[in-house]
Ligand binder design. Structure first.
Ligand SMILES: O=C(O)c1cc(=O)[nH]c(=O)n1[C@@H]1O[C@H](COP(=O)(O)O)[C@@H](O)[C@H]1O
Length: 272
């Protein structure tokens, strides 16, 4: 998928919501545990109830890897279900990968070719030759961690390196990498006050913004400082949407939470 197609979808659906599919078997409704593939059944129900309200889904691979082969199968079924039924929706494998070049190429093949995700999250720590193998894939997107939503972001990311915060170095340096047009960046919603500075460096890049909902980030503040002229935001909520109810009505409850965020986004887009 191209960023142009993603932007068109945002305008059409009046939404830049990304729903995080972080499935925890301890949190899903009990009755699903009797089915053959509870993780997939849960995801399918959530997708069926929410696909008109969001433009992206982001399964975090940790929640699948934790269940071994069964979990990975459920991830494969989920991405296939999305690609078969909602090919217009942007898909993010939240795997936070990155390694020496030939290893990164294999990670990229796993997520872009074998599983056919549109994008994957990557850590910048190992530098250019660890990220460029991901960028080499046409119409696939590499979402690099810039300023994360957690407290630990202050351990390294905001520290000064040669007179500039490390996350700014990451943004500036990566702009010059080969195929950098395939880069997007992660910026946590809990760090809304940093968005204006970030937009000075990457005015047009898409930013994946987790941290709204369970982590307490504020949607309006993120939009105020982070929106680009082409919107340029994908705002993620995982637990705040998918665990809205643990009863039989879980999918409808998730849809209600997603709709609440979508409505707020529509207001922002109308006032843009
Ligand atoms: O890359 C991410 O998506 C990510 C980066 C970050 O800085 N903070 C962050 O919470 N995430 C992910 O975004 C999701 C947030 O989930 P909730 O807090 O439940 O909405 C989880 O899958 C996190 O792993």
């Amino acid at each position: 998928m191209t960023t142009q197609q993603l932007t068109e979808q945002i305008i059409k659906k009046k939404s830049f919501l990304c729903i995080g599919l972080d499935v925890d078997l301890n949190k899903i409704p009990q009755h699903l545990l009797q089915t053959e593939d509870p993780i997939f059944e849960f995801n399918k129900a959530i997708i069926d109830a929410t696909h008109h309200l969001c433009v992206a889904y982001k399964p975090n691979t940790a929640f699948y890897e934790a269940y071994g082969l069964k979990g990975w199968k459920a991830l494969e079924k989920t991405i296939n279900y999305l690609n078969d039924n909602h090919p217009d929706i942007f898909t993010i494998a939240d795997a936070k990968r990155g390694d020496i070049g030939n290893t990164s190429t294999m990670y990229a093949k796993a997520f872009f070719e074998d599983l056919a995700f549109d994008s994957v999250t990557v850590a910048p720590y190992m530098g250019k030759d660890s990220v460029e193998p991901f960028l080499a894939f046409k119409d696939k997107h590499t979402i690099m961690l810039a300023l994360t939503s957690n407290q630990g972001a202050f351990d390294f990311q905001t520290k000064q390196v040669e007179g500039k915060e490390l996350y700014k170095q990451v943004l500036e340096t990566s702009k010059n990498w080969k195929n950098s047009e395939n880069l997007m960046y992660v910026v946590g919603a809990t760090k809304a006050e940093y968005f204006a500075e970030i937009r000075k460096i990457v005015p047009n890049s898409f930013l994946l913004v987790p941290g709204v909902g369970a982590q307490g980030g504020n949607l309006q503040d993120v939009c105020k400082y982070g929106m680009s002229k082409n919107v340029g935001l994908l705002i993620n909520s995982s637990r705040g949407i998918i665990y809205a109810s643990s009863n039989d009505d879980f999918a409808q409850a998730a849809a209600a939470k997603a709709e609440d965020l979508q409505q707020q986004m529509e207001v922002v887009l109308n006032n843009k």
